[in-house]
Design a protein around this ligand. Structure first.
Ligand SMILES: [Mg+2]
Length: 374
């Protein structure tokens, strides 16, 4: 089999989040890749949390010419070719987003060619994955959040994640003190814990928006609310500071969704900086590399969970390997997926059952895709 065409589409999704009233609006950029072959099999992939237009350019002008004509089943050979073409000194950023989107599409092709879902090709560790709902975004007012939490509990989700930190470092020159953000976060988490009840699992995510001091302050302030993990607590995923925060506070730390290279995960694991790592297949170099990172984590007796959204892609990784864990049912990215994909699976009672359909198991709707091109 040979790769005959590679197309990249830069997209912007405006999604309507109406689980509470009034509804909210969120935006996502993503780059969708389609790969065609001479065997009448095509695959699709995606990357996000990066600027879509430059990623599209990297795919079309550098990645596509480098791998045209190669056998799509040789995903490791192609991954290595793309590494040397796009990020030859171990860079991250746009080049790694391009590799991730292409690699996901290659695994979709591999699954279709072999008549198997990706999760089974990765190892078939489980048929159902536990799911958590990411619902508690910064655009909800403090008094709206408990209602949103109740709405998700009513939908059968008893594992809930909310953001904290609220872009604190990015917005410190407004001016807005980080200490004020922390005080407000304590109110927000207290309201959600009260609404969700003592048995719900509650996770928080600072999206790298805090410095070490305020992350430690917040972890201490939230001790009464039983937080199951603190995701991306510190700016730049500073490995030394995350290790120190973990030792000082006893809070479980999770991170890795925006990391691109495997050596970063090695450094986190060796330093004892994390309880859970979160390689994301649409960012961290696709299934080819995330599989290796998961294997690395297993040598440290550390598990992986899905952070960074795009659950329908990441569920294959979580289901496929033995140290896989939670799938992130990220409200706004799920709504974005509904805009361009058909045949998406639905979780029930907090679990996602994996499909036997080959490849990713859901289809790109090329007609609706046109509505979101940028
Ligand atoms: Mg996150």
């Amino acid at each position: 089999m040979k790769i005959t065409a590679i197309k990249a589409h830069a997209l912007n999704f405006e999604v309507n989040l109406d689980i509470t009233s009034p509804a909210k609006t969120a935006q996502h950029q993503a780059c969708v890749v389609e790969i065609e072959t001479d065997a009448d099999i095509s695959g699709h992939g995606i990357t996000s949390i990066g600027p879509a237009k430059p990623i599209q350019a990297a795919i079309e002008s550098i990645a596509a010419p480098a791998i045209m004509g190669m056998d799509p089943l040789n995903n490791d050979r192609i991954w290595d070719r793309l590494y040397w073409a796009l990020v030859p000194r171990g860079q991250s950023g746009i080049g790694m987003h391009a590799i991730a989107a292409i690699d996901v599409a290659l695994w979709d092709i591999k699954g279709k060619a072999l008549g198997q879902p990706i999760w089974r090709l990765l190892g078939g560790a489980r048929e159902r994955c536990p799911v958590y709902a990411t619902f508690g975004f910064g655009f909800y007012e403090t008094d709206e959040l408990p209602h949103a939490a109740e709405a998700w509990m009513e939908r059968g989700f008893s594992r809930l994640k909310m953001t904290v930190g609220n872009s604190a470092l990015q917005r410190r020159d407004e001016p807005r003190l980080l200490s004020d953000v922390i005080i407000e976060d304590k109110r927000r988490v207290a309201g959600v814990r009260d609404a969700a009840g003592p048995e719900a699992e509650l996770f928080i995510d600072a999206n790298c928006s805090l410095d070490y001091f305020h992350a430690v302050e917040l972890a201490g302030a939230l001790t009464p609310y039983h937080i199951s993990f603190f995701e991306e607590p510190i700016t730049q995923n500073d490995v030394r500071q995350m290790a120190e925060l973990r030792r000082q506070t006893g809070m479980r730390v999770a991170c890795g969704q925006n990391e691109a290279q495997s050596y970063r995960f090695r450094d986190m694991l060796v330093a004892g900086a994390v309880d859970i790592i979160q390689p994301n297949v649409v960012i961290t170099g696709g299934f080819t590399q995330c599989q290796k990172i998961a294997a690395l984590a297993s040598g440290f007796n550390v598990g992986i969970d899905n952070g960074g959204a795009w659950p329908f892609f990441n569920a294959h990784l979580q289901a496929g390997i033995a140290n896989g864990g939670l799938v992130e049912y990220h409200y706004s990215s799920v709504e974005a997926c509904r805009l361009i994909y058909d045949g998406l699976p639905e979780p029930a009672d907090g679990w996602l059952t994996m499909s036997d359909a080959p490849g990713l198991g859901f289809d790109l709707n090329r007609e609706r895709l046109q509505n979101h091109l940028i």
